[in-house]
Design a protein around this ligand. Structure first.
Ligand code: 5RP
Ligand code: CA
Ligand code: ZN
Length: 213
């Protein structure tokens, strides 16, 4: 069964594809556990996916680290915060680890993502220590977006990947990136299916994950 294969892949640090649904973005994102992200994997994702590489945790953990949704900030500026498909964005900030050089290169993004995973793991047992570590060891604005899952209230790739992590018994610390492919639009679902098959990557649809929540 595809869900079991996806759980196994996620646990062992291999990528999974999640397609949200025709009703929403109609996009597929690669999802990987954040503590397994290496510079080589970031390069692979940049070359094979090409979207925006983001770190996913939950809203609660983001807030425990002192972050707020960027939509709260933009709303205060008077800007609309709603994209065409309707969901308020999940962005809670952009950070780099202080040990990165510029933050944008693959090796830097891998470091930032792995260190964010360490902070999330810490936040699960000691939120105060995690917040101090986050403030001491990261700077912003940086090149890794932090997304906060609004579990039970929103059904984007942010939440769908967090649901998959929970089903796999993993902490909510993931890296996700949209598959754009060679065209100037997102890769159509039929091509995503072919890509998944050719790479041997499990492909899940939003509804399957929503059913687990
Ligand atoms: C960041 C995004 C992507 O759509 C990503 O998949 C996460 O967002 P969402 O939860 O809205 O799907 O906006 O590149
Ligand atoms: Ca989005
Ligand atoms: Zn998305």
């Amino acid at each position: 069964m595809m869900l079991e294969k996806a759980i196994e892949a996620l646990r062992t640090g291999r990528p999974v594809l999640i397609y949200d649904g025709d009703y929403r973005e109609a996009e597929a994102d690669f999802v990987v556990r954040a503590d397994a992200v290496t510079p080589g994997l970031v390069r692979w994702l940049r070359q094979n996916a090409g979207g925006l590489l983001c770190f996913v945790t939950t809203e609660e953990i983001g807030r425990a680290l002192g972050l707020e949704f960027l939509s709260e900030y933009y709303r205060r500026l008077g800007l609309s915060v709603l994209p065409k498909y309707g969901d308020e964005p999940a962005f809670m900030g952009y950070v780099n680890h202080k040990k990165t050089k510029t933050g944008v290169r693959d090796s830097d993004k891998a470091l930032t993502i792995r260190e964010l995973a360490r902070v999330v793991e810490m936040a699960l047992s000691d939120p105060d220590r995690a917040k101090k570590t986050f403030v001491d060891e990261f700077y912003g604005p940086g090149h890794v977006p932090v997304l906060g899952a609004r579990l039970g209230r929103r059904w984007g790739h942010t939440e769908l990947s967090a649901i998959l992590a929970k089903a796999a018994g993993l902490p909510p610390a993931l890296a996700i990136i949209e598959v754009l492919g060679p065209s100037v639009d997102a890769m159509p679902y039929e091509e995503v299916e072919e890509l998944a098959k050719s790479l041997g990557v499990p492909l899940l649809r939003g509804e399957e994950l929503k059913a687990l929540a």
